[in-house]
Ligand binder design. Structure first.
Ligand SMILES: Cc1ncc(C[n+]2csc(CCOP(=O)(O)OP(=O)(O)O)c2C)c(N)n1
Ligand SMILES: [Mg+2]
Length: 601
């Protein structure tokens, strides 16, 4: 643990990204006096820059310790207007950094608001440390009414089924241990959220003397997630002997070295590669070996897919589902590289169907791929890399669609590095290229609409100062459910661009109503009822402006879009948050509509 410092010294040590904001008057507290000071000091020892929170009396002790004992730095508070945003920001931060941020939510009620975002982070396998609190566990210490309604038995039960671990420590020493254990578990692959619940009484009670210092690193030992050499050899031999390999490039880190290793592996094998917009970019989409996103391809539409005799899954999110599409023959050999089975439980079915697998490497794909490259490189005749696919004729889309947004971005961005922190449901992976693992960080994970804005703020926070432009393309429904995350970005000076694919509808569900109507021979023209957000249409740019962002639009014509985006990007470059309301027409691409309205979907 770090020795105690004065509040001013602590403030000076703040992370540069948002340092200088919300500096407290020095309190002169230099030794832990209360249980929550011990908790705060344990948080400091983790070297995590931020704690995203929505306040509440149940953790007023900890709140005071972060402000007045730590001097509001390391971690520095990021105030959020809804608990969902606090967790989503941490999810977004983890998507870029691969590391857990801290969050804090109020007793049972704050945790109830946070649940959907925790579920999103869980399904996305993103680490988040969620701190919570309860009214005094000792009933004799509770204030009338309020402490009683904010105390529940086994509060962790609310989120236990979609967190990796939770705890309710009963002493400062146990609280410190819980923070170390929780952080270790959250950051260990497969990653995920953890929850630690602090009794108000424990936080607010005096401690007579500080805990003995400990070497934090020794309590968070590295967990080996490499594959045994023998299994790597076996996998390499199967891949080498294949006529045609298909690589399903699934969950992977944002590491550039790991990205390059995947390209090397595909090239060494002449393998076709599929990626998935549910998760972050995992393969260059302009590479000639790239086959497309799953919903757009079939064995008939992509050269080589019909001959596939070995499938290599690099932690693909739904391997059994993919096998149904690409590996119909039982003779296709399946190699799975994944650690995911280690956190599957009996409540959440996000583990998907059980895939038939011939060889499992229970390991981190990012560690396995370079080993496979080494092994396959030995004496292997490298495959000729096919020529890049011919581009289909450039046909201007009709109407005003999300594809117009993609085209306008291509025009104004050129080769500028960007990070798409979210894409609308109807996005087609062919519209913008991914050339780097940070070009796209994946979806909300759990399908919980409303996560987009907060996740995007977290992504922008982690990218601040890197020169990479954070772009969130949100559906109007997603934006409206999570809209107050914009305030946090504005307040903490986190520049970013929101582009709203505003079709004035929860359109995804219009398609489902269409399907029902067709199946039941009822009027399809009623599909918009209970779905459209019109009369009045919500002025989304004004919702940005109301929170201090620079609002643009509504953009009503595709021809206006590039000019508006240029101005909005200039605002982001000047350090602002820009919100562009683009009034696209309700409708999805033919591929997306077909994928969604298939029986069983
Ligand atoms: C929390 C939550 N509520 C409801 C849904 C059901 N749902 C799935 S997609 C969708 C529509 C989202 O609207 P929008 O973001 O505007 O995207 P669009 O479909 O219009 O492109 C809804 C309501 C969900 N997935 N999550
Ligand atoms: Mg919509």
């Amino acid at each position: 643990m770090n020795p105690p410092q004065s509040a001013t010294a602590r403030a000076n040590a703040a992370d540069p990204a948002v340092a200088g904001l919300e500096r407290p008057t020095p309190a002169g507290a230099n030794a832990p006096g209360f249980g929550s000071d011990v908790i705060a000091e344990a948080l400091r020892s983790l070297d995590i820059p931020y704690i995203a929170l929505t306040p509440g009396a149940s953790y007023r002790g900890l709140h005071d310790s972060i402000v007045n004992y730590l001097g509001n730095s390391k971690p520095q508070m990021l105030l959020c207007l809804h608990e969902e945003a606090a967790i989503a920001i941490a999810q977004g931060y983890a998507k870029v950094t691969g590391k857990a941020m801290v969050t804090a939510v109020h007793s049972n009620v704050g945790l109830m608001h946070a649940t959907m975002a925790i579920f999103n982070a869980w399904c996305d396998r993103m680490p988040v440390i969620v701190l919570g609190a309860t009214g005094p566990v000792d009933a004799a210490k509770r204030r009338p009414w309020i402490d009683w309604i904010h105390t529940s038995r086994d509060q962790g039960a609310l989120i236990r089924e979609y967190t990796k671990w939770d705890d309710q420590p009963a002493s400062p020493a146990a609280a410190r241990e819980a923070i170390l254990r929780g952080t270790w578990i959250a950051n260990t692959a497969p990653q995920g959220p953890v929850y630690i619940n602090f009794d108000a009484e424990l936080q607010e009670s005096k401690v007579s003397e500080p805990l003995p210092p400990i070497d934090v690193a020794r309590y968070m030992p590295e967990v080996t997630t490499a594959a045994p050499a023998e299994l790597v050899k076996q996998a390499a031999a199967t891949l080498k002997g294949a006529k045609q390999v298909l690589i399903l490039a699934g969950r992977c880190s944002r590491s550039e070295a790991a990205w390059n290793a995947r390209v090397q592996l595909a090239e060494a094998l002449g393998a076709r590669v599929v990626t998935d917009l549910k998760i972050g970019a995992s393969f260059p989409t302009e590479h000639p070996l790239y086959a497309g996103a799953p919903r757009a391809i079939s064995p008939d539409s992509v050269e080589g897919l019909k001959n596939v005799d070995v499938i290599l899954s690099l932690d693909w999110v739904d391997l059994a589902g993919a096998l149904r599409s690409y590996g119909p023959s039982p003779s296709v050999k399946v190699i799975q590289v994944s650690l995911d089975h280690r956190i599957h439980n009996g409540w959440s079915m996000d583990h998907q169907a059980l895939p038939a697998v011939d060889l499992l490497l229970s390991a981190d794909p990012d560690l396995v791929v370079p080993e496979l490259v080494k092994e396959i490189g030995k004496g292997n005749k490298p495959h000729a890399v096919p020529a890049p696919r011919a581009k289909s004729p450039d046909k201007e889309p009709t109407g005003f669609t999300n594809e117009h947004i993609a085209r306008a971005l291509a025009k104004v961005l050129g080769d500028r590095p960007v990070c798409y922190s979210g894409l609308p449901l109807s996005w087609d992976d062919s519209w913008v290229p991914f050339r780097h693992p940070l070009d796209y960080v994946g979806s909300n994970g759990g399908g919980g609409v409303g996560g987009g804005p907060g996740i995007s703020v977290g992504v922008a926070l982690a990218l601040k100062g890197t020169g990479r432009l954070p772009i969130a393309i949100c559906g109007d429904g997603d934006f409206l459910m999570g809209v107050t995350a914009v305030w946090t970005a504005v307040h903490y000076k986190i520049p970013m661009l929101f582009i709203l694919a505003n079709n004035r509808s929860f359109y995804n569900d219009e398609l489902h109503q269409e399907r029902m109507a067709r199946a039941r021979n009822r009027p399809v023209e009623n599909k918009w009822i209970g779905q459209r957000m019109s009369e009045p249409e919500v002025d989304l740019a004004a919702m940005g402006r109301a929170q201090g962002a620079v609002g643009f639009g509504p953009v009503l014509k595709p021809t206006d879009l590039a000019g508006v985006l240029q101005k909005a990007i200039a605002e982001v470059d000047a350090g602002n948050v820009a919100v562009v309301d683009v009034r696209v027409e309700p409708g999805y691409t033919a591929v997306m509509t077909a994928a969604m309205t298939r029986a069983g979907s």
